[in-house]
Write a protein that binds this ligand. Structure first.
Ligand SMILES: NC(=O)c1ccc[n+]([C@@H]2O[C@H](COP(=O)([O-])OP(=O)(O)OC[C@H]3O[C@@H](n4cnc5c(N)ncnc54)[C@H](OP(=O)(O)O)[C@@H]3O)[C@@H](O)[C@H]2O)c1
Length: 316
């Protein structure tokens, strides 16, 4: 049993990932970079995704082990589709996809393609990526999806996900919209787990802890000022939060621990299963989000045929 202060290296100690292929979004910074470093060191071939190929290449080339960089700008759904096409052309299955990239608490409402930017980036971009590479995950002996949620999923808007205000035009709060996007990540893990477990793919969500990474770049006000003080790093690493190696542990644990090979639809924090909020366990809301996301993403899914659909067609 691992604890809050255990690092990604600690929770993967003795696990040989040779022959496994692990895709991670947001590998150029923070938890994604450390996860790539540790999982590649354990023998995995890491597909390192970042907003641009240049960022992905720079990050991948700075760690030991086998890595392949691809561009994946999550707020540009054409970029996500292009990235998924590149992943689908790889010879190997994808054993694990860690949906790690994210943005937090944008102070001003930003809207793109009709969606508030945190919902578009954190949720919709990742939803499309998972959906488009699901056949690659099904080809793995035990496919896993790890969605980076957050304890902040509890701070979400009224009703959990407000489908009538996904562009923020009826009111915007930086934290509530971050919370909404992280609740969407949590519910998406449950939704994919339900639909893919019969194909041997399990999906879980995690909260990594509170870690002083570039994620706080948009914070203003008192909290933003406190983080800039000279002793902030010490307090965040040792008192209020965790270090980056500790913060990366839960996603690496859920991605690789053999005891979790048939565990899905759960929420983990500090390397252990954790309870979620009321909306975090709301399966009808997860189904509604699934339907909304598929409908929204129709233009990117028109040419996609899934294994299950092929089987249905053969049977008729
Ligand atoms: N740190 C915490 O305390 C904490 C707590 C709870 C949950 N989390 C979650 O943990 C995950 C990792 O965060 P972190 O703390 O490691 O933050 P970070 O250091 O800021 O890393 C975030 C990563 O996401 C990438 N990213 C942002 N927008 C993107 C986009 N549109 N397309 C593709 N990639 C994009 C960033 O790329 P650029 O550098 O190019 O922007 C960066 O690589 C996030 O999902 C976050 O919500 C973190």
């Amino acid at each position: 049993m691992f604890s809050r202060r255990d690092t990604a290296e600690k929770v993967t100690e003795g696990i040989d990932l040779t022959g496994k292929t692990i895709a991670i979004t947001g590998v150029n910074s923070g938890l994604g970079y450390e996860s790539m470093r540790v999982l590649a060191a354990r023998g995995a071939h890491v597909i390192g995704l970042a907003r641009s190929l240049e960022k992905a290449q720079k990050a991948c080339s700075s760690v030991e082990g086998e890595t392949t960089p691809f561009a994946c700008e999550l707020s540009d759904l054409n970029s996500v589709k292009e990235c998924a096409n590149q992943i689908n052309e790889l010879k190997s299955p994808i054993d694990v996809l860690i949906c790690n990239a994210g943005i937090m608490a944008l102070p001003d409402l930003t809207v793109k393609d009709g969606l508030e930017m945190q919902f578009l980036t954190n949720h919709m971009g990742h939803f499309l990526l998972v959906y488009l590479i699901q056949e690659k995950l099904k080809q793995a002996s035990e496919g896993r999806i790890v969605m980076l949620s957050s304890a902040a999923h509890q701070l979400t808007v009224k009703g959990g996900i407000n489908f009538n205000n996904l562009d923020g035009s009826k009111g915007y709060s930086s934290w509530k919209f971050y919370g909404q996007s992280k609740l969407a990540n949590l519910l998406t893990a449950k939704a994919f787990d339900q639909r893919l477990q019969s194909f041997g793919v399990r999906a879980n969500a995690i909260h990594p802890g509170v870690i002083n990474t570039n994620l706080s770049r948009n914070l203003d006000g008192v909290f933003g000022s406190l983080l800039k003080l000279p002793f902030a790093d010490y307090l965040m690493n040792n008192v209020f939060g965790k270090t980056i190696p500790q913060g990366s542990s839960t996603q690496c644990y859920v991605a690789t621990n053999p005891e979790l090979s048939n565990v899905g639809g759960k929420y983990f924090a500090d390397n252990n299963e954790e309870k979620t909020s009321y909306y975090g366990g709301h399966l009808p809301l997860a189904d509604k989000l699934w339907d909304f996301s598929l409908q929204y993403l129709q233009p990117y899914l028109a040419d996609v045929t899934l294994e299950s659909e092929e089987t249905e067609q053969e049977a008729t």
